[in-house]
Write a protein that binds this ligand. Sequence first.
Ligand code: ADP
Length: 473
Amino acid sequence: MNKKKTKVLMVAAEASPLAKVGGLADVVGSLPIALNKLDCEARVIIPKYRNILEKEFSLKKVASDILVKIGKRSLKVNLWQTKNAIKDTIVYLIEDNKYFIEKSVYEQNKPEDFLFFCQAVLTSLPHLKFKPDIIHCHDFHTGAISALLKTDQFPGQKNIKTLFTIHNLRFQGKSDPKILKLINLDEDSLVSMVRDAEDGDINLMVQAIINSDLVNTVSPTYSQEISSKKYAAGLEKIIKANRKKISGILNGIDIVSFNPETDRTIKENYSLKTINKKKTNKLWLQKKLGLEEDEKIPLVCFIGRLYSQKGIYLINDEIINLPCQFVFLGTGDQGRESYLKKMAKKYPKKVSANIMFNLNLARQIYAGSDMILVPSLFEPCGLIQMISMRYGTIPVVRDTGGLSDTINPKLGFKFKNFSTPSLKNTLKKALNLYYKNPNKWLKLQKNCLKKDFSWGLSAKKYLTLYKKLAIKK
Ligand code: ADP
């Protein structure tokens, strides 16, 4: 019997490899692959940014001059399509000549740009030759979609259900209610649209939580944490009021792309059976970064945005002075960037500061390091600890959100208090094990390499949510 597949359109601001800034792109670029192996047909739609090259991804224009109503005007958009970016998945790109085409991801993008994107997505639906049962929205950028579906602007799409995934509650897309005019709404059009915040702003994250049929976060622990003031980023009342429809599904990673056995960007491929070859990558990395070349010195890395969320302010001279080498990769707060550069200048053989976004170098660091630090203040899921384990690199993490859900003592080290002494003690424990007990260290590495972080299980959980939605009246 040919079962009817659930049709899902994922809407997001980024999708790897077309456009990536952070973990959101990894998720939107890999979850559909797993879903399309199940009872599901998943497609993706994102804005067409300046640096998405038509040739590189064999983009084809599939519709031209679609008129999107934006305030009193109409703006023409074109619809592009590719199957060559995300495996076996059709990706649509909306091309406009005002909001996105001159920018790369999040480059000066304002909430109103994303209101336009939401309006353009819903206006373009009839041109897709694909009628989704579910629109799966990701983060505040897509927050207006569920609200718009409740208006009379898109009568043909009334039956579509919505799932909204929160990847980071901190970024909410707050703005003056005046911008609602852009999507042909006003302050009174929707009950929830304006009066969601005490300050009178409209808040796209809140709109999505209120108006979507179901909501999830990207790990079970984070989905619980956000009920408390400490983690709710000001939205605890909204979260509590909508608690029943919020669940948590842990992210997976793309284990085909992140695979030390086949990764072409690293110096020497290795696997569980040939783990001793990991050290070639370490020595190569030490040389490349100008660090002392010695396989015995533990190499500790930090990859990610250099902002307070990521716990980068916990790393101070006390940490830097521990008996190991450090490699940092990331951009962010200027103060942190200059601190790391200063440390690298002071200790060139011990500290390497790479203030940049570089996907290949990230992979080389995952492969060449012994440990990765993830001391986050909060972490909705966190992919870096999973990617690093895939490369046999041991995580030292703060016990929060997805880090709590993915790390146990057989895989790495966790600390509770968000403080430098806690981080220091835990890193010292890890270094101690590294120096004093190589067999136990090897066992940890092997456990990490064996661990399955693929999307299989989580994709099934998403499908269960979709199916639950599809039968909802
Ligand atoms: P975020 O909160 O930024 O989404 P995640 O851990 O979920 O954090 O995902 C971060 C993703 O971005 C990972 O794939 C990581 O390798 C990548 N990444 C972060 N910073 C950099 C950088 N400076 N260069 C290359 N890749 C990076």
